[in-house]
Design a protein around this ligand. Sequence first.
Ligand code: ATP
Ligand code: MG
Length: 558
Amino acid sequence: MAEEKRPLNFIEQIIEEDLQNTHKREELKFRFPPEPNGYLHIGHASSICLNFGLGEKYNAPVNLRFDDTNPIKEEQEFVDAIKEDVLWLGFKWEKECYASDYFQQLYDWAVEMIKNGDAYVDSQTSEEIAMQKGTPTEPGKESPYRKRSVEENLDLFEKMKNGETPERGHVLRAKINMESPNMLMRDPVMYRCLHKSHHRTKDNWKIYPMYDWAHGESDFIESISHSFCTLEFLPHRELYNWFVEKVSKEGELKPKQREFARRNLSHTVVSKRKLMQLVEKGVVNSWDDPRMPTISGLRRRGYTPNAIRKFADSIGVGKRENMIDVAHLEFCAREDLNKTAPRVMGVLDPVKLVITNYEEGKEEWLEAENNPEDESAGSREIPFSRELYIEKEDFKESANRKFFRLTLGKEVRLKNAYIIKGEEVVKDSEGNITEIHCTYDPKSKSGSGTEESMRKVKGTLHWVSAKHALETEIRLYDRLFSVENPDGDKEKDYMEFVNPESLEVITGYVEPSLKSAGVQDKFQFQRIGYFCVDKESKEGQPIFNRTVTLRDSWAKKK
Ligand code: ATP
Ligand code: MG
């Protein structure tokens, strides 16, 4: 499919300019640098599509780099999940890299910096250091340890590395400028002591580099040309450059940090830390709970990689943070699934329909098209008999002229089958409808070519044959948070806005062809929405997740 022509976004403009002035095409190289402290979410999808998308556009390599410098929060489980998600989205990385692989190099550089008088060991508490930082308008104060001799610094730093000093005893700081207007330049911490086992380096290290020290250097080691991060790192750029300057040589290509706006999604939170809370507090069942905005949750819910990539591409990259309505994500899912999902019939809230003039015991197998959007999808056969289920809401005893579904005395078509006419209702002692009786026109069979089959009636209903239908568990999902921006209230915690009705489990009836549906298979339940087989299904007994309704029903509810 030909790519639509669109103007260059500002990131591409930066690259085009660099190609004209400073960079050769073969020098372009990007990376996606997640911290393995949780599962990836839809915000990360934007960053993945940006970086790997640039890789595709410029035919440049893209590394997957795990920013694993904090052993307290990072785990192998998250590394594995991140790899699975990036692959599932359809991207291939050039190299799988880990900041932890550079710990030795970073350490060696830090030693050099100490020798050059660019770093020192500070033995104050973190509270004391914080007190001396100053404010954006007041300069900071120099640490009493700032003038330590190189020998003493080297000795202490080695002891820190060997775990011979207490965890909170010392830090290594860059010696920059306590009066800099940029607070991040006021002697930032490069290393802290942490006597924790790391998921990869195990107990080899007792000191761990801070983000600012590790990130730019990792980019430099990997020869990344452009390092894209979110806007909150804009003030870090000066420090990023300062550190890269310290370790690079004249004439060497230095990575360039550039910033783009974080993408937020309405009615949810996109922050690993907050998503972890939802899992830990049992608000959801797991990171891949279909209500989660994680890539794994969306996958389980029935989203396709295509839908997510379309979503990311359509919102593009921006310079200002904004909130994207989740309805747009749902729209992307519908658009993609409409083209690819086979049509089936399922009834979620059944009432029995008896066709009184249809022979008892008779059954017919009727041809049904699998996907009108895709001729190659072919057709299947569905059973029809005297007793069917239809949706309760598709029948009204008495209705006005605008009700195009079944009512007494009027005709509707049963999808892929016959035209029927409502005759009477049977009720229980409390007045609830237990059965609807109707008659059918035997000559009106869909596709039979008769005059009656062409007859136009106002409504078409989906149905299943009662005795053939498969009873299944169906999970209906709604928004996880009942407000657009759960983070937007200064007084209340986002947890207070969790939608208590985000999951409804019902029993529905679906056509028997679905007995053989496999995990992750996706369908359009005609007139209802898109559904996907959940991983908790058993052989022959699928459980369906509702991915998205056929139309945007939320807009109406409001
Ligand atoms: P979180 O707060 O969810 O942990 P993070 O930014 O700390 O997010 P990282 O693992 O450090 O998560 O992110 C990897 C990359 O994804 C970074 O370049 C980051 O800027 C980008 N990213 C994270 N969240 C978003 C978002 N909502 N929109 C766009 N890019 C994002
Ligand atoms: Mg983070």
